[in-house]
Design a protein around this ligand. Structure first.
Ligand SMILES: Nc1ncnc2c1ncn2[C@@H]1O[C@H](COP(=O)(O)OP(=O)(O)O)[C@@H](O)[C@H]1O
Ligand SMILES: [Mg+2]
Length: 163
């Protein structure tokens, strides 16, 4: 079973293509850990996923100050930003555990800051900016649900992914 792939986006339309494919590949209950520097494109990718699930993309922004946004799409989306959390306890105080074991999809920016609070079954997407509009996405699945999602993602994207 494939457990890691790389997707290269030359521009934002390609990031949106990845977002659409992810939206079609995720299942309720999945946790997606987004990792990458400021400006890498974590929020931009979430916007692409959300738009494909019929969420108005204008409502999607980094939940840096409120820490969590909820979007009412075809699958409920919980969008976290761990950047300003003081510690992992604060993450759990937000109700993260319940949301991560619920029926929505959790999308967590700066997930490496709450690494030990994430479930073992998790899809990790690390984004690396390699030019003004070029981005590399390193996508890793750990666990059964995340691996299923990754298999569906590969099937959707076909070309453009290096396994
Ligand atoms: N291919 C691309 N994918 C994602 N974002 C891109 C891309 N090319 C340029 N950008 C720009 O990079 C920035 C990413 O910002 P954002 O998504 O807020 O980053 P983060 O949430 O990782 O801090 C946006 O200004 C976006 O327009
Ligand atoms: Mg962001």
């Amino acid at each position: 079973m494939t457990s890691e792939v790389r997707f290269v986006a030359d521009d934002e339309t390609e990031t949106d293509r990845l977002g659409r494919a992810l939206a079609a590949a995720v299942e309720p209950g999945l946790v997606v850990a987004l990792v990458g520097n400021l400006g890498a494109g974590k929020t931009r990718l979430v916007r692409g996923i959300a738009a494909a699930l019929d969420v108005d993309p204008r409502t999607v922004s980094s939940p840096t100050f409120v820490l969590i946004h909820e979007y009412d799409g075809r699958i409920p989306l919980y969008h976290f930003d761990a950047y300003r959390l003081r510690n992992e306890a604060e993450f759990l105080e937000l109700g993260a555990d319940e949301l991560m074991s619920g029926d929505g999809v959790c999308l967590i920016e700066w997930a490496d800051r709450v690494a030990s609070s994430l479930p073992a079954d998790c899809l990790r997407i690390e984004i690396v900016a390699c030019g003004e509009t070029a981005r590399e996405f390193h996508i890793t699945a750990s666990g059964i649900a995340a691996s299923r999602c990754l298999e569906r993602l590969i099937a959707k994207l076909g070309r453009g992914m290096d396994e």
